[in-house]
Design a binder for this molecule. Structure first.
Ligand code: NAP
Length: 247
């Protein structure tokens, strides 16, 4: 489906933060390509976007499968004849203390959270360069900025996104392409739903803004850095964490 709208790919769009980002970008007039592993939940988000007057398409792929992800991005570019915005949001946790962390836990988290962003950016960059326009956003975490006991794999992946993004910003900035990081703090989604109440209360106590984050808080920041007139904003890491880290 070709479109005059800017085309935005959002990974991990079936629920949580990615879903909120997709709904927000669609509301802002973008055609959104919804990516995650299963078609069913993506179809529901697509219907929701269309019900609100927006447009979307779906693409079911495991972002941890490098070849499948690269092929999916290629086919999205072919189908829509453009790719303007890429939001690498899909993420998983496999928490464990470092002495107990398995190779598998390490590899899975690095693969889904970090390597997938590299693969998607590499696949998207040529089309963005031709257009002389691109907005790339990598969703990291405050764990990647300040560390978090039990999350060596996750914090390393998220910190890796910061270095990746600054490098992409430098390499592609001359072609009208920006690359920024949004680092959420504690946001109420499935990922944080099962944390014990004392942990949630401790996090809330550490925030300047005395409430837990909502997925829409992250979507608003993504809308800001992907705006057409945000072309001078690149290589930045914005922590959207209610003032928890302020680093
Ligand atoms: P979530 O509710 O668990 O949703 C994760 C999303 O990623 C789902 O759409 C899931 O879809 C998709 N996904 C997971 N593995 C995938 C894979 N291999 N291939 C394709 N899609 C995959 O998580 P969330 O809280 O919205 O988090 C979104 C992002 O924000 C993540 O990068 C996370 O690290 C980051 N973050 C979240 C918080 C927080 O407090 N919630 C804080 C800091 C950073 P399927 O399962 O359907 O494939």
């Amino acid at each position: 489906m070709t479109t005059d709208k800017r085309v935005a790919v959002v990974t991990g769009a079936s629920r949580g933060i990615g879903r909120a980002i997709a709904l927000r970008l669609a509301r802002d007039g973008r055609h959104v390509v919804l990516v995650s592993r299963s078609e069913g939940p993506l179809a529901e988000v697509k219907s929701q976007i269309e019900g609100a007057g927006g447009t979307a398409s779906t693409c079911a792929v495991d972002v941890g499968d490098r070849a499948a992800l690269a092929a999916a991005i290629d086919s999205i570019i072919k189908d829509h004849a453009r790719l303007d915005i890429l939001v690498n949001n899909a993420g998983i946790t496999r928490d464990n203390l470092v002495l107990r962390m398995s190779d598998e836990e390490w590899d899975q988290v690095i693969g889904v959270n970090l390597t997938s962003a590299f693969v998607a950016i590499r696949a998207a960059a040529r089309a963005m360069m031709k257009q002389r326009f691109g907005r790339i956003v990598n969703i990291a975490s405050t764990s990647g900025l300040v560390g978090n006991a039990g999350q060596a794999n996750y914090a390393a992946a998220k910190a890796g996104l910061v270095g990746l993004s600054k490098t992409i910003a430098r390499e592609l900035g001359g072609k009208g392409i920006t690359c920024n990081v949004i680092a959420p703090g504690f946001i109420q989604t499935d990922m944080t739903a099962n944390l014990p109440e004392d942990v949630t209360n401790a996090v809330k106590g550490a925030m300047a803004i005395k409430r837990l984050g909502e997925a829409d808080d992250i979507a608003a920041a993504v809308a800001y850095v992907t705006a057409d007139d945000a072309g001078f904003l690149t290589g930045q890491t914005i922590a959207v964490d209610g003032g928890m880290t302020m680093c």
